[in-house]
Design a protein around this ligand. Structure first.
Ligand code: TEU
Ligand code: CA
Length: 528
């Protein structure tokens, strides 16, 4: 699995082919040669199932059919086949912690049908748990004089995995798509599926300590795996884990267990949260970032478990803007790092062309439910300017702007004004510009992908961290058989003196070496 590169696609912002300003499945089909040329092996699509799109598809109303916004069921079949013909697998995003309140199960529950009510969490009393998008996690239903649990938006009702009928439905859905030729699943917030029997107020937090990494998550996952995806070792699965721990995470992706292939944890993407608060800004803590990689890389190896390597996705500001000056050197330093750590590499659309954050200046440019909710929450005790500054740094829309393919109308993404504005950054370069420039971030990414997929030291080698307290450099070695690589990444826009010896250069994001020196965002991997 570690030799495969996964490319995450946010279909709504990838390529539009039917002139409605929203990306679609046929748009992805038109770009398969581009993705094949880039060298990726698996295409992860965020949800394309029927959905009212209140949370951009993470509110699923029908798990068996494609939302007309994205195309037809036949379009998805064609994408699966055509990707396969080019040696790429399709990974679908399974949102099994909750359904949309538009889903027929929930609609039947609203009629008071006990059989369907027990598929969710209806309760007479509510407790003080908070939704991840702000506000109470319990929504009141007058007709039933009951509340239901919704940890995200109120139109996303949490599913009761303890209910056999629910579990069997989810097994059926997985096997349906496996029979359709899908070769991968990403499981959304999968460590929230084991809720406590009794709810209690949280005196200190927002309630997540009562429902995160619950007692039955491992059992549920291994059972689901045994009845569906783990039957075929070629099927790649990844679990998105919210606020998890190394101990728990390693349980879910133990090799040789019918659990997940790998997991996503997010601690390394909270190193710029002031006091752990997403909506409070501070410069990223570099030492903490390196220490987290040290602990998780070695911890997962010790537990014989596998982790994913990623820096950006559709919920995060773009790493290029978050950790660097958006330069070629910044982008390729991050690329060298993610491709030389231990695990399965996930790239997010746009990283291969150095696409920066959105840089939206006004609220009306934002689309994300979480961002708009928090605009109003933060405005209670912040000025307009302060809130817009926080959103500019933290909003999920930073990762959701459309791909700029070329300099035709609407950057060749659509013939219509797109559903969300393009990045307003002056550093934006199109895919076409990248392809036409041999020294571009695109061609460098292609080269380092080739290296990562063919180099056993980077794929299988042990990892050893060095000088973790260095203020500017991230340094580690990879060992495999007799070979050792030294990897050095300068995370800062300054020159650093650091003596190192080498036998040969494996990859370098500068044209030549300056003895014992790492220039701004310089990154080199050498054989020693
Ligand atoms: O994200 C879960 C999750 O943890 C994020 O919502 C995260 O908490 C938030 O972005 C941090 O601010 C998954 C999906 O990736 C996300 O797009 C969905 O909104 C969410 O689940 C609910 O399905
Ligand atoms: Ca479209």
């Amino acid at each position: 699995m570690e030799h495969k590169i996964v490319y995450q696609i946010y279909p709504k912002s990838f390529m539009d082919t039917n002139h409605d300003g929203e990306g679609d499945l046929r748009g992805i089909i038109t770009k398969l040669d581009y993705l094949k040329d880039l060298g990726v092996d698996v295409l992860w699509l965020t949800p394309v199932f029927v959905s009212p799109q209140n949370d951009n598809g993470y509110d699923v109303a029908d798990y068996y059919h494609v939302d007309p916004r994205f195309g037809t069921d036949a379009d998805l079949d064609e994408l699966i086949q055509k990707a396969r013909d080019k040696g790429m697998d399709i990974m679908l995003d399974m949102v099994f912690n909750h359904t949309s309140t538009e889903h027929e199960w929930f609609q039947k529950a609203l009629t008071g049908d006990k059989k369907y009510m027990s598929r969710y969490f209806f309760t007479k009393e509510k407790v003080n748990w908070q939704s991840k998008f702000g506000g109470s996690a319990f929504e009141y239903v007058e007709e039933l004089d009951l509340y239901y649990l919704s940890l995200f938006d109120k139109t996303q009702a949490d599913l009761n995995w303890e209910n056999e009928a629910v579990f069997n439905e989810l097994v059926k859905i997985c096997n349906y798509w496996l029979d359709k030729g899908v070769r991968g699943f990403r499981f959304d917030v999968i460590n929230l599926i084991s809720k406590p029997k009794v709810y209690q107020d949280d005196e200190i937090g927002d309630g997540r300590r009562f429902y995160t990494d619950g007692p039955k998550v491992t059992e549920y996952l291994r059972k689901l795996g045994a009845l569906s995806f783990a039957k075929d070792p070629e099927v790649m699965t990844v679990g998105e884990l919210s606020s998890t721990s190394l101990k728990k995470a390693s349980q879910y992706s133990k090799r040789d267990e019918s659990g997940l292939s790998t997991i996503f944890n997010f601690h390394h993407l909270k190193v710029d949260y002031k006091d752990g608060n997403k909506w409070a800004l501070k410069p990223f803590d570099f030492i903490e970032l390196k220490t987290l990689y040290h602990d998780w890389q070695l911890g997962m190896v010790k537990e014989n478990a596998s982790m994913s390597l990623f820096l950006s996705n559709h919920d995060q500001p773009r790493a290029l803007s978050r950790f660097t000056d958006e330069s070629f050197e910044g982008a390729t330093m991050l690329m060298n790092m993610i491709m030389s750590l231990k695990g399965v590499v996930y790239l997010y659309q746009g990283e291969e062309i150095g696409l920066p954050n959105a840089y939206f200046d006004t609220l009306d440019m934002y689309r994300d439910v979480e961002s708009i909710n928090h605009y109003h929450i933060l405005r209670k005790n912040h000025t307009e300017a302060e809130v817009l500054k926080i959103l500019k740094a933290r909003s999920r829309d930073n990762g959701r702007t459309p791909i700029p393919w070329n300099h035709q109308a609407h950057y060749g993404f659509s013939s219509k004004v797109p559903w969300i504005p393009f990045s307003q950054s002056p550093n934006l370069k199109t895919v076409e510009e990248n392809i036409n420039d041999p020294h571009s971030i695109f061609h460098y990414t292609k080269k380092v992908i080739q290296l990562r997929k063919s180099d056993e030291v980077l794929i299988y080698g042990d990892i050893e961290f060095i000088d973790l307290d260095h203020p500017n450099l991230f340094i580690y070695k990879r060992h495999f058989n007799e070979e050792t690589y030294l990897c050095i990444h300068n995370f800062y826009n300054l020159e650093v003196h650091y003596p190192y010896h080498y036998e040969a250069i494996v990859i370098h994001n500068y044209a030549s070496i300056k003895k014992d020196t790492l220039r701004p965002f310089e990154s080199i991997i050498v054989k020693i």
